[in-house]
Design a protein around this ligand. Structure first.
Ligand SMILES: CSC[C@H]1O[C@H](OP(=O)(O)O)[C@H](O)[C@@H]1O
Length: 358
């Protein structure tokens, strides 16, 4: 396996920079984006240079550290005010992934609880919290992979697994969520055969998931999103696994647009449909999926994707970036704390505590 380039990392001390692998350019170019201020982080999240629920949260946490830099030589209260302002600003970059506001809430807490310290000491505490969020996510990814592979211990060698979008290392601070399970199955010599939905309109599956799988020599086949049902009907899929961006208290889950259709097709073909997500993706403040904010993105992504016009100028476009899969279509949610089978509020609550804390 070629040595992976980190999805994101902080470079330096409290006056350092956030370095991102620019996912807009993958797989044809591997270029880095060096963020030196909060605006650059906001843009990187909004334009998907960095993307994926956990990765968005981690990037925003480091973004707060960049925001703190302009107030290092003030006093504690102006610094705390600056942190509140920066958290509010970064929270507006994308609405669906709850990991964003979850990570920002942790950064806010560090700032609000600060006392008897100067701005530089608070900046050190903020950077330590951002690094902790990053490191914890990497561990959560590994634990998700282990729990998922344990759950699937009876999966036949060479089983077909379909996935949608990208829930790999590129979406997280570690080795991924859905792809972490697939990586661990491969490590256990299960030789999974992965069917990868291209995932229109931004092609995270075609551009990112195949790239990650091929780097690890895991067999994968790229298909159009519209071919998923056909492949299932042909008996080529024994399991579906995806990531998630926000999971409500009853287990309804928002994920990349098209996931709901995959779940419906899986159910109609008697194929288990699993979601892999850390507890930081659960939002226990909302009862069900109808309350999950669904990001609406520019129609240009649909009609002018990657530079080629594919529809008449002026055509009306509806481009929701996510959809909601109801809990009754989900066979189980694989978390770092274990698997929640047939998720319900009663089964989620004992495992997932408010705020995503263990
Ligand atoms: C591990 S979360 C990955 C999750 O995020 C993706 O959305 P986007 O690429 O728009 O950030 C997609 O929903 C993935 O399942």
């Amino acid at each position: 396996m070629t040595q992976p380039i980190p999805t994101l990392h902080w470079q330096g001390d409290i006056e350092g920079t956030l370095v991102l692998l620019d996912q807009k350019l993958l797989p044809t170019k591997t270029e880095l984006v060096v963020c030196t201020n909060v605006d650059e982080v906001w843009i990187a999240i909004q334009e998907l240079s960095v993307r994926g629920a956990p990765a968005i949260g981690i990037a925003a946490a480091y973004g707060v550290c960049l925001g703190a830099q302009v107030a290092l030589d003030t006093e504690l209260q102006p610094m705390q005010s600056r942190i509140r302002q920066v958290c509010d600003y970064l929270a507006e970059s994308r609405p669906t992934a709850v990991n964003l506001t979850w990570a920002l809430a942790r950064m806010r807490t560090v700032a609000e609880q600060a006392s008897d310290c100067n701005p530089r000491e608070l900046a050190e505490a903020l950077l330590a919290e951002a690094r902790a969020i990053h490191a914890e996510d990497a561990q959560m990814c590994a634990d998700i992979g282990r729990h998922g592979a344990d759950l699937l211990a009876e999966l036949p060698v060479g089983a077909g697994i379909l996935t949608h979008c990208n829930a790999g290392a590129l979406a997280t601070g570690g080795q991924g969520t859905a792809l972490s399970v697939i990586f661990e199955l491969a490590n256990r010599d299960k030789h999974p055969r992965v069917w990868v939905d291209e995932t229109r309109p931004l092609l995270q599956g075609a551009r990112l998931t195949t790239w990650e799988l091929m780097q690890r020599d895991i067999e994968c086949t790229l298909i159009c999103d519209s071919a998923a049902a056909h492949v299932m009907a042909a008996g080529q899929v024994q399991l579906v696994i995806t990531g998630a961006d926000r999971i409500a208290a009853n287990g309804d889950a928002a994920n990349k647009i098209g996931t709901y259709g995959v779940a419906v097709h899986a159910r109609s073909h008697g194929i288990p449909f699993y979601i892999a997500a850390p507890t930081s993706t659960f939002d226990l403040s909302i009862a069900n999926g109808s309350q999950i904010p669904i990001e609406q993105r520019s129609g240009q992504e649909v009609v002018q994707g990657f530079g080629t016009a594919t529809a008449p100028t002026g055509v009306a476009v509806y481009n929701p970036a996510f959809d909601m899969t109801p809990a009754e279509l989900i066979s189980g949610i694989i978390t770092e704390l274990g698997v929640i089978l047939s998720p319900t509020q009663e089964r989620i609550a004992p495992i997932v505590h408010p705020g995503g804390k263990k």
